[in-house]
Design a protein around this ligand. Structure first.
Ligand code: SF4
Length: 333
């Protein structure tokens, strides 16, 4: 059975084997980031609404769980096609996920914009892990890279200061794991001035980890370019000991906070049609290589390659080359 709001599990460098829940259903976000893998934002808003009702997501999750008994997960992750905290039924989704998947930690990805709302902070505090992103502490780079909703634009530097301080407030009330992500784009937010501000800010925030990342897949807009390896190393060195990876290493491999390896069952069994659907659904969320898909779906690479060949022949997916020269697959939009 194809699912509309469930994707994966995918192999996440930060969360291990993660089953994703899409709380928006389409690209609805407070930002329209140049580097977004989902594509341009269709609805740029700060309005919280039940964009996808909790009941619909939880009905799918129950069905998914019945079909995948015995499959181990490291996290169930609230995210999807935009900013998940925009869904006003997020608390019911967190509670429902815990009930349906007992013992599986709940993680929430957020771009931090709604953290200034105490209600949102209280809701997020119920998760086991929160992964906020904050790409700059200066208004100009943030406005260029994240392209916020006009109401945030009106706030300028004051809005960025409030957002950063609200994350610090959240850290004080949140007892789970907090993984800060900083996305660097060449010539936009990778200056020494930006780094100096984060050096002062990160110790005050006291996250469990900092991930300094850059573009590794095609973004929504051609203007975004990856930061250089030297810059990434410089930032990771500077922000250690909060860095996720030792200085100079790429952000790949197991991370603190991911569950140890456990016996796993194949995600979709040996049925080629089901694997095909799983591959297509996973690619609809983000472009991936065959190896990434095999890891995420817990099927052999040969099975994935065969599914990719069929999907390509049917004209459902595209192929391009990633930065390492590997074929990177995505769905036609
Ligand atoms: S990267 Fe995240 S915050 Fe930025 S537009 Fe995409 S979904 Fe929104």
């Amino acid at each position: 059975m194809p699912f509309q709001y469930i994707f994966g599990p995918v192999a996440s460098s930060r969360l291990g084997r993660s089953l994703g829940l899409d709380l928006l259903g389409s690209k609805i976000c407070t930002f329209d980031c140049l580097y977004c893998e989902v594509g341009p934002t269709r609805r740029l808003t700060l309005e919280r609404r039940p964009y996808v009702p909790a009941s619909e997501i939880l009905t799918e999750l129950k069905a998914w769980n019945q079909q995948n008994q015995g499959l181990s997960l490291d996290h169930v992750t609230l995210g999807g096609s935009g900013e998940p905290t925009l869904n006003s039924e997020m608390p019911a989704i967190i509670a429902g996920a815990r009930e349906i998947l007992p013992g599986v930690p709940v993680a929430v990805l957020t771009n931090s914009t709604l953290m200034t709302d105490p209600t949102v902070r209280a809701e997020l505090a119920k998760a086991d892990a929160v992964l906020p992103s904050l790409d700059s502490l200066r208004w100009e780079p943030l406005a260029s890279l994240n392209r916020p909703n006009p109401r945030l634009i009106a706030g300028g530097q004051k809005a960025v200061d409030e957002l950063a301080e609200s994350l610090v407030t959240f850290r004080k009330q949140f007892h789970g794991r907090l993984y800060l992500e900083i996305f660097l784009a060449l010539g936009v937010n990778d200056s020494d001035e930006d780094l100096a501000l984060f050096r002062e800010y990160v110790p005050r925030l006291a996250p469990d980890r900092v991930d300094v990342v850059t573009l590794s897949r095609p973004g929504a807009y051609a203007e975004a370019h990856p930061a250089t390896p030297e810059t990434l190393k410089h930032w990771r060195d500077a922000l250690c000991p909060f860095c996720a990876a030792p200085a100079g290493q790429d952000n790949a491999g197991p991370r603190p906070g991911t569950a140890p390896d456990r016996k796993t069952a194949p995600v979709q069994g040996a049925d080629p049609i089901t694997v095909l659907e799983a591959v297509r659904a996973s690619l609809a969320r983000r472009p991936q290589t065959a190896s990434q898909l095999a890891d995420a779906l817990d099927v052999s690479r040969t099975t994935v390659v065969s599914a990719l060949e069929s999907l390509e022949k049917q004209g459902h997916i595209t192929r391009r080359t990633d930065q390492n020269g590997e074929p990177l697959y995505g769905v036609l939009r």
